[in-house]
Design a protein around this ligand. Structure first.
Ligand code: URA
Length: 186
């Protein structure tokens, strides 16, 4: 099991300041996966990704798409909180991202949504700005991936919610085309 292999991880320096490893939550064979950046204080405290203010907005976005939160899978590029919520550093990503890659390999989602510049650039090995990456599908390990703005950005820039909803509408249309029942996430 991937979680067992991760263990009480000391592979990078972030173990020193973390309260909990935030592995990821959701359905083991979810059709749709959301990937964020890194745990914040609320996630570090609870062990669950996206439970703070940005997470509550994400949960509302998922509900607006027709999914109960537990029907999708939610994870981050890195699993431990960086001090002061600084950006994850290259050595931290290098140690941690292989676990996310294995999680995605096990879940085999039909679609992935990358939340924010950091997740999109890391997964796509791109340095293009999120404003140019967003809005269309890219391919990650054979799976269509839609980059969009991070919900924390939407808390600061509510006008951008409209653009995120446009991106999620493209995701919903593709889920419908694939015959995935959003109300059950089947
Ligand atoms: N922001 C993220 O990118 N991930 C979380 O889990 C919480 C906030």
């Amino acid at each position: 099991m991937i979680r067992e292999h991760l263990g009480d991880c000391h592979r990078c320096k972030l173990h020193a300041g973390r309260k909990q490893i935030v592995f990821g939550v959701g359905k083991a064979d979810a059709a749709l996966v959301f990937v964020g950046e890194a745990p914040g204080a609320d996630e570090d405290r609870t062990g669950e990704p996206f439970v703070g203010a940005a997470g509550q907005l994400l949960t509302r976005m998922i509900a607006a798409m027709g999914f109960p939160r537990e029907e999708v899978y939610i994870a981050n590029i890195i699993k431990c909180r960086p001090p002061g919520n600084r950006n994850p550093e290259p050595d931290e990503i290098q140690q941690c991202e292989p676990f996310l890659k294995r999680q995605l390999g096990a879940i085999r989602p039909r679609l992935i949504v990358a939340l924010g510049k950091f997740a999109a650039q890391t997964l796509l090995r791109s340095d293009a700005p999120i404003s140019t990456l967003r809005g269309r599908f890219h391919i990650y390990e054979g799976v269509p991936l839609m980059p969009t703005f991070h919900p924390a950005y939407l808390l600061r820039q509510p006008d951008a919610k409209r653009l995120v909803w446009d991106d999620l509408k493209v995701v919903m249309a593709e889920l419908d085309r694939l015959g995935i029942d959003r109300r059950r996430g089947a």
